[in-house]
Design a protein around this ligand. Sequence first.
Ligand SMILES: CC(C)(COP(=O)(O)OP(=O)(O)OC[C@H]1O[C@@H](n2cnc3c(N)ncnc32)[C@H](O)[C@@H]1OP(=O)(O)O)[C@@H](O)C(=O)NCCC(=O)NCCS
Length: 194
Amino acid sequence: MMIIRSTIRADLEVLAALHAESLPTSLFTALGHDALVRFYAYVEASPYETAWTAAEGGKVVGVCVVSYEPDSVLRRFVSHAPIAFARELGKLVVRDAGIRGKIVQKLREPSGEPHAPEVTQIFTDQALRGRGIGAALLRACEAKLRTARISRYFVHTERDDNTAGIRFYRREGFTQIGESRSFGRAFLVMQKDL
Ligand SMILES: CC(C)(COP(=O)(O)OP(=O)(O)OC[C@H]1O[C@@H](n2cnc3c(N)ncnc32)[C@H](O)[C@@H]1OP(=O)(O)O)[C@@H](O)C(=O)NCCC(=O)NCCS
């Protein structure tokens, strides 16, 4: 039986592996496994983020993170443990020299767009997709937003080579309100009224 919990309370190692497998082009995936483990530990303790996990047979099979301050999440994560971040970034720069400039630019330039609250991460176990786990995670997150009298929320999703992800959000009632660029890639900005 699948259970949705409004907390991470999961094996962070498993969660990090699931993120890397599901979101291979994300910045945190590029930073590596240790950065992912630290990121989800950070999210769990953060007052600005809420996470939901789907578990089946005691194993985490899906995650959804909502940020109420999405513009500053990277900056906050870096300030939380700057030395560990610098070490992980250093290793990444050896592999991808261009990424350092993009991260520095991102840290310096808040977008200024009022796109909050925002689903910053959502992914489910590849072997279990299409069974409603993603939809159940969004339902749980929407219930909390409605309780807090929040009337809309947002998502940035990759514009290119992401037909399945975009279809998922459309089916879930999101509509496109614009486009943005981050780390050199194009994203659709989508909104859902609650
Ligand atoms: C998008 C995602 C979270 C949906 O989770 P899910 O558990 O499959 O969600 P549901 O079962 O509730 O919905 C399935 C819908 O998602 C879409 N979908 C995306 N990838 C899919 C896949 N590999 N298999 C089945 N459906 C998929 C389809 O539109 C499907 O709708 P349909 O049943 O009408 O065809 C999941 O596919 C995923 O983790 N993708 C990789 C990470 C990602 O792209 N995240 C979102 C972008 S930021």
